[in-house]
Design a protein around this ligand. Structure first.
Ligand code: MN
Length: 252
């Protein structure tokens, strides 16, 4: 099995180094990852500047672009073959609820999924890389089990996985979850630059609004590994009927 591994924290981040080491027990793994931190870049592609690929001493290739750039370049020419699985992470911090809309970690995996390849985004719940080796081992175990159960094949799927920062023996089982919801983000932070201009810093993501049973927030708070299958069709299927009537009135 061949795995393409990327992330959004950059190719030197401890999360991708640990995950690369662990996944090598299971598959051939090639890394193509951003040169710098690209958190919250979602699926952004760089269209207005050239991209360069360099190789680090450990064999990791890094790109002066976004997570989606890395996977896109890898799959459209750089690798020269089609990987069986695209893996992203392990991210420095949770990607739960609406985080998944902004997440570069999810973006890298989603780019693989868009190309028809099964893909998994892994994140640790807390920032700071606590119990990273356990998370990497858990991730590799999951991939190994998926291989054994022949889940990795021609049909694409996209999984979002959050792993609590716990030792392996304290991690509870995998729980299939829906995405929770966060509150609206915290206030923007303003400062005055040395030149007297107001600078705006995007505020924190806010606490969980829906952390009820069945959500990723709920499961990980109890020590479970949360797994959420994601899709990319944003159509509001439930309300298509309502909008069909409303749209008819608008065009009358
Ligand atoms: Mn990140």
């Amino acid at each position: 099995m061949k795995i393409l591994l990327s992330n959004d924290d950059g190719y030197q981040a401890p999360g991708i180094v640990a995950l690369h080491r662990a996944l090598q027990q299971v598959a051939e793994v090639e890394v193509v990852a951003p040169e710098h931190n690209n958190s919250a870049k979602s699926n952004a592609l760089t269209l207005n500047a050239p991209l360069y690929v360099h190789q680090a001493a450990n064999g990791f290739r890094y790109v002066n672009g976004t997570p989606a750039d890395c996977v896109h370049i890898a799959l459209t020419g750089l690798l020269g073959y089609r990987p069986d699985l695209v893996v992203s992470g392990i991210n420095n911090g949770a990607n739960m609820g609406d985080d998944t809309i902004y997440s570069g970690t999810v973006g890298a995996a989603m780019e693989g999924y868009l190309f028809g390849i099964p893909a998994i985004a892994f994140s640790q719940v807390d920032k700071g890389w606590g119990e990273l080796e356990a998370a990497a081992q858990k991730a590799a175990d999951m991939v190994r089990q998926m291989t054994t159960q022949k889940l990795i094949g021609p049909a694409p799927w996209l999984l979002n996985v959050n792993i609590p920062n716990l030792p392996l023996e304290a991690l509870r089982g995998i729980k299939l979850c829906r995405l929770g919801r966060r509150h609206a983000a915290e206030r923007v932070i303003t400062q005055v630059s040395p030149r007297g201009e107001t600078m705006y810093w995007i505020g924190g993501a806010g606490a969980a609004l829906d952390a009820s049973e069945g959500t990723d927030f709920h499961a990980t708070a109890l020590g479970h590994v949360s797994v959420t299958p994601l899709k990319i069709d944003l159509t509001d299927h439930q309300n298509l009927g309502y909008w069909a009537q409303t749209a008819a009135r608008l065009s009358a």
